[in-house]
Design a protein around this ligand. Structure first.
Ligand SMILES: O=P(O)(O)OC[C@H]1O[C@](O)(CO)[C@@H](O)[C@@H]1O
Length: 452
């Protein structure tokens, strides 16, 4: 079986000779510290050897639960936000039909995502759509107290119970949460829902290979054993004893730190040429953004879907401030085949493409863009993925996780906390007069009064 491969040749040309190699000791030290548990945030290292420690029994338990939901539900709503949402959506959208919700063959339940915003229209339209439908809910929250998810779950639980009856609803509501703490755990214990535990030592953004991601992915009909198999193989390919040059995670971590430190590249744009990978970039943005953006430091993770965004962001990338670099996820072989037809009249002048696969044009767009952007001063990292399937997504996920752990340590931050996210929550609770926030409520209201 091939592995995903990393090509940094068009990025290192923007660095002085020997720069990447000079990061080797720091990268090695970071990886040792992860392995030995001596790095900052060392109580959140449960993801490091998670793929290779998953047991067949555990996979069976997840699959059995998914099979129950698949048998009982035409729609499964996955309620969660951030790390309790993005990984599952990334994999499901990458593997699913681009028009899944319109496809008549309903051998799989429709998977919907909620609990990731507080849009009243969104929630009203969701509950309206679910009226009269046989739906189930996977309520995912590590803390069990996240407002967006808890609020959505309250609505969905009520509706599910009203439509199915309280007893029948229990069979199709599953909680993935903390072992003991939080509102999601309390509701699950009281009602007797099936539950899965998010291990304490696995942070939300590193949790896609736990039931957080595996249960929704299995519900959608995808093979979670292949996903884990890919992750296990990448765990080995990026092991701490693999020589630096042969370890893709070590090289990626070194190059991005080099570009940031030595070449003033403060923004990394994750690029795909397959719209199905849009949420893969969203997942990656949280992984790297929450892990590295702190202490006044960190590369800003952005994303573009090409060629779509070449017609909106292409100008900026080609000629705007030279503070960016690109990392391209390139799928070597599409799963489907479509040839351009010949047209007698050739009014569009496209007969030169007749008989060619659509992907041939896409690949030339990718190569042409790479050359143009590199010429324009944008370093280019390329991750080549042999095929878009469960196995290679498993590889990609673990590759980004381990590279993130290494990169954050090289940067000199704790990659496993996210203290900054609390600031908006504190203000929101104060503004909503949440019990326990009386002093903050008073202070924020006085401040707003003054700012009027
Ligand atoms: O799983 P939870 O606890 O609901 O958290 C969801 C997300 O919210 C955050 O805690 C940020 O507030 C993320 O780190 C996390 O992935």
């Amino acid at each position: 079986m091939k592995n995903i491969t990393l090509d940094v040749s068009k990025a290192v040309q923007f660095l002085a000779e020997g720069t990447v190699k000079a990061y080797e000791p720091k990268v090695k030290a970071a990886q040792e510290a992860l392995e030995n548990g001596t790095c900052p945030g060392n109580d959140f290292l449960g993801w490091l050897h998670l793929p290779s420690s998953v047991t067949p029994e555990f996979m069976r338990e997840i699959q059995d639960c998914a099979d129950t939901l698949r048998a009982e539900c035409e729609v499964v709503v996955v309620a969660g936000i951030g790390g309790s949402y993005l990984g599952a959506r990334a994999v499901i959208e990458a593997l699913g039909n681009s028009f899944a919700w319109l496809v008549a063959d309903k051998s799989n339940p429709t998977i919907l995502f909620a609990g990731n915003n507080i849009g009243e229209d969104y929630l009203a339209e969701l509950t309206e759509y679910l009226k009269g439908k046989k739906f189930g809910v996977i309520n995912i929250s590590k803390s069990g107290t996240t407002t967006e998810t808890a609020l959505t779950f309250r609505l969905l639980k009520k509706q599910c119970e009203e439509q199915r009856g309280k007893e029948a609803a229990k069979k199709v509501i599953v909680a993935v949460t903390d072992a003991t703490k939080g509102a999601a755990r309390a509701a699950a214990d009281k009602e007797g829902y099936k539950t899965f535990v998010i291990p304490d030592n696995v942070g939300g953004r590193f949790s896609v290979l736990t039931p957080v991601g595996l249960l929704p992915i299995a519900c959608a009909g995808f093979d979670i054993t292949k996903l884990i198999a890919g992750a296990v193989d990448m765990e080995h390919a990026c092991g701490k004893d693999v020589p630096f040059e042969e370890n893709p995670a070590a090289v990626y971590a070194a190059v991005r730190n080099g570009l940031y430190d030595q070449a003033g590249k403060k923004i990394e744009i994750m690029v795909n040429y397959q719209p199905k990978l849009h949420y893969m970039s969203e997942w990656w943005k949280q992984l790297y953004g929450e892990s590295e953006g702190k202490d006044g430091k960190g590369i800003f993770p952005a994303s573009c879907d090409f060629t779509t965004d070449l017609h909106s962001m292409g100008q900026w990338i080609q000629q705007g401030e030279r503070s960016i670099y690109e990392t391209v996820i390139s799928i070597e072989k599409p799963n489907r085949e479509l040839l351009f037809p010949n047209d007698e009249e050739n009014l569009d002048g496209l007969n030169f493409l007749a008989g060619k696969r659509v992907d041939e044009v896409n690949k030339m767009a990718e190569l042409g863009t790479r050359l143009a952007h590199v010429d324009g001063g944008v370093p280019n990292i390329r991750i080549s993925v042999p095929e878009l399937n469960e196995y290679y997504l498993g590889q990609l996920i673990y590759f980004f996780e381990i590279a993130c752990g290494i990169s954050g340590n090289v940067l000199g931050v704790n990659p496993f906390n996210q203290p900054g996210v609390e600031a908006y929550k504190k203000n929101m609770f104060a503004l909503l007069d949440k019990p326990g926030y009386e002093a903050e409520s008073k202070a924020i209201k006085e401040r707003l009064e003054k700012e009027k």
